[in-house]
Design a protein around this ligand. Structure first.
Ligand code: FPP
Length: 250
């Protein structure tokens, strides 16, 4: 069963959280620079924030948390910084392999894993296999790695074109549900709420297909400083929105 029952937030208030929250974990570099630390220290702190927020999401009954860890454009950063982010991912995946069954946490990756180091890919494969053995209603964290929204759409369209070329499908059969089923997010409901910390107000190629009716929440807080109370505020803002999906209020 999807965990969408009412739960208590940090302030002890009953809330019905969104089923799927997505977060652009932005501001790690600025957080570190402000403290005279290397940017990599910001990513280390940001990874800990991910752990804290994922745990909180699970506890308050959010079923899916999707985070933007590394974009198709992030390869432009220094080799040191890219290496540090990949190293952190490896560390968290190694830990996840040992704990996800016990904690009932499923892990899934969005993105093109082709250029990712074999060791990290193997670990992602391992966490995928563990996730497949866990009940579907368990909390699921989706980590976007070498991910770009346009790239995801392109890869889905290429898969469809290949199916057409193989005679398995016809172009006129393509509809939104079929294309959704070819995305990295196949089978996962679209995020109701997308959060971007750090004061930037743009989407940066994140979940372009899935965000059609998402509510957006921006805060100046830098990701390493983001905490449970901040998430409560974002959820409260989301709950105050009037979602009409193109219709009119009854
Ligand atoms: C954006 O902040 C952050 C990233 C590009 C990297 C995010 C990666 C992690 C938090 C580490 C690994 C993740 C997991 C899930 C364990 P920025 O560096 O662009 O910040 P800035 O805008 O202040 O420079």
């Amino acid at each position: 069963m999807a965990a969408i029952d009412t739960k208590n937030n940090q302030a002890g208030q009953a809330i019905k959280p969104p089923r799927h929250i997505a977060i652009i974990m932005d501001g790690n570099g600025r957080w570190a620079t402000k403290r005279g630390l290397p940017r990599t220290a910001g990513h280390k702190a940001g990874a800990e924030t991910f752990r804290k927020i994922a745990t909180y999401c699970k506890n308050i009954g959010v079923q899916y948390l999707t985070v933007y860890a590394f974009s198709t454009e992030n390869w432009k950063r220094s080799a040191d910084e890219v290496g540090a982010i990949m190293g952190l991912l490896k560390r968290y995946l190694l830990e996840a392999v040992d704990t996800m069954e016990r904690d009932h946490i499923r892990l899934h990756f969005f993105g093109d894993m082709t250029p990712i180091a074999p060791e990290l890919r193997a670990l992602a494969h391992e966490t995928d296999e563990i996730s497949a053995g866990l009940p579907e209603g368990d909390f699921q964290a989706n980590v976007c790695l070498n991910y770009g929204g346009r790239d995801e759409i392109l890869r889905a369209v290429r898969k469809f074109a290949a199916q057409c070329a193989a005679g398995e499908r016809k172009p006129e059969e393509l509809d939104e549900a079929m294309l959704s089923g070819l995305m990295d997010s196949a089978g996962i409901p679209d995020p109701e709420l997308i959060i971007r910390p750090s004061g930037e107000q743009r989407l940066s190629n994140f979940l372009l297909w899935q965000c059609a009716y998402s509510e957006f929440y921006y805060t100046d807080t830098l990701w390493p400083d983001f905490d449970e109370a901040e998430l409560d505020k974002a959820i409260a803002a989301y709950q105050s929105r009037d979602r009409r999906f193109g219709g009119v209020k009854k």
